[in-house]
Design a binder for this molecule. Structure first.
Ligand code: UDP
Length: 445
């Protein structure tokens, strides 16, 4: 009897990175592949939940006890991680018997060193892109030297993309310190070494850019959206959670939602990292208080002190929680609109659950995602910032009301995208077939 193919899935230690890679792992597992999920020791030790069915292993980022905080900055964190990570990952591959027992390393493309390590062991390497294809293409063009930093123009024309303006570009282009930009661009320094390039998107959503990029990267495949099956194709009813989380979910918000009428609640959440200033928090708080809709607002424990002093966490009209099961909330019929920072996972999730959005991008790729949501996929509207880069309460209120009190177009578009996303992951669909091809090749590698 043939032994099962074995994949080591190396995830970057952040909620928005581990979620889709774990979900992709489950899809591979369902096709008979054995999975070992790998993340850093520090991240693993701080997880609230870990998936019961998937084996977990760790590597070191050089800061096993304190993680990035212990490093005292992103630059020293990365420098050490990039020294220690490849070494400890090599040790892990040795421990697992190298190419004898590992058929493929699926690595977050952020780990530009990973394909080199996999090659040294003679193991197939698959880069997994956790960000949107437009964003990947922007960074790739910087890597090619076709987009110069600091940006000098106001408009940008890149192949297979709508015209981009300054406000649509990732935040890492702005400011004086380009550490983050260098980091995200560096993932493309080794992309040509990947045997596969997998992106968490689906063909219909990124058709033009996918058709263009495959001419540059013939090993490119769309394999998303990687979202628990219960919320997408419903093939696996018990797959209702990513299965791994940094934060403890406050489940009582579901009961609170149960009591609210259909489409009456605005869900507000800015993901696992965004950290707005007090002024912005105050504008959001008063907007929600003054809006006619109910609201459910996720304010992580680290952000709570920024809430206005007299802002009540639980009233008939609104509820503030530290974390929730976002997919369950978005799937709840009481939710009519999502005010989001446009992290790529949140963007895909809201698209897949047919919920229209108000985009309030915070940093990183979120400006570009907000552009796509509001102008290309037309499932939401973007809240404009003032000269202090703050979205004012009146602006936010106007955006929310546009969705909650009338405009059906965005809702209808979101529902259409949902059906295309379901089609992509169903037998015969683009992502489904791409994953099947990937798995078939594992058996033969
Ligand atoms: N999320 C969640 N509960 C919350 C807020 C976020 O489960 O209260 C999940 C969300 O479903 C998504 C992830 O956290 O899968 C956030 O990823 P995203 O890319 O949207 O943003 P990031 O955290 O990377 O900024």
């Amino acid at each position: 009897m043939a032994t099962r193919a074995h994949c080591l899935v190396l995830a970057y230690p952040a909620q928005g990175h581990i979620n889709p890679m774990l979900q992709f792992s489950k899809l591979l597992e369902r096709q008979g592949v054995r999975i070992t999920l790998v993340t850093t020791r520090f991240y693993y030790n701080n997880l609230q939940t870990v998936p019961p069915s998937i084996a977990l292993e760790t590597i070191s980022d050089g800061f096993d006890n304190g993680g990035p905080k212990e490093a005292g900055g992103f630059k020293p964190y990365l420098e050490r991680f990039w020294e220690v990570g490849p070494l400890t990952f090599s040790e892990l591959l040795e421990k697992h018997g190298g190419s004898k027992h590992v058929d493929c390393v699926v690595y977050d493309s952020f780990f530009s060193w990973a394909p080199e390590v996999a090659k040294r062991f003679g193991i197939v390497g698959a880069a997994y892109l956790t960000q949107n294809m437009a964003v990947n293409s922007i960074y790739y063009h910087v890597h090619l030297g076709k987009l110069q930093v600091p940006l000098k123009q106001h408009q940008f024309s890149l192949p297979a993309m709508p015209k981009l303006y300054l406000q649509d570009m990732p935040s890492f282009f702005f400011g004086e310190d380009f550490t983050f930009l260098d980091f995200v661009v560096s993932q493309f320094s080794s992309i040509h070494k990947a045997d596969w390039i997998l992106c968490n998107t689906f063909y219909d959503l990124d058709k033009e850019i996918a058709d263009w990029i495959v001419k540059v990267w013939p090993q490119f495949k769309t394999i998303g959206p990687n979202i628990p099956s219960f919320f997408l194709d419903k093939q696996w009813e018990d797959d209702q959670d990513y299965g791994v989380t940094e934060f403890k979910s406050e489940e009582h918000c579901m009961e609170w939602l149960d009591e609210k009428p259909k489409g009456s609640v605005v869900y507000v959440s800015f993901g696992s990292m965004a950290s707005f200033g007090e002024e912005q928090m105050e504008e959001i708080a008063w907007c929600l208080r003054e809006c006619s809709s109910y609201f459910l607002w996720v304010v992580r424990a680290s952000e709570e002190t920024k809430l206005p002093k007299d802002f009540e966490r639980k009233t008939e009209k609104g509820l503030v929680v530290k974390w929730c099961s976002q997919l369950k909330v978005l799937a709840h019929e009481a939710v009519g609109c999502f005010v989001t920072h446009c992290g790529w996972n949140s963007t895909l999730e809201t698209l897949c659950l047919g919920v229209p959005t108000v985009a309030v991008p915070y940093w990183s790729d979120q400006n570009t995602n907000a552009k796509l949501v509001s102008e290309v996929w037309k499932t939401g509207t973007r809240a404009v910032v003032d000269e202090k880069k703050v979205v004012r309460r009146e602006t936010l209120k106007h955006c929310i009301n546009e969705i909650m009190n009338g405009c059906r177009e965005m809702k209808n578009n979101a529902i259409q995208w949902r059906s295309l996303a379901v089609r992509a992951v169903t037998e015969g669909g683009s992502s489904y077939e791409n994953i099947k091809e990937f798995v078939n090749n594992l058996w033969h590698s």
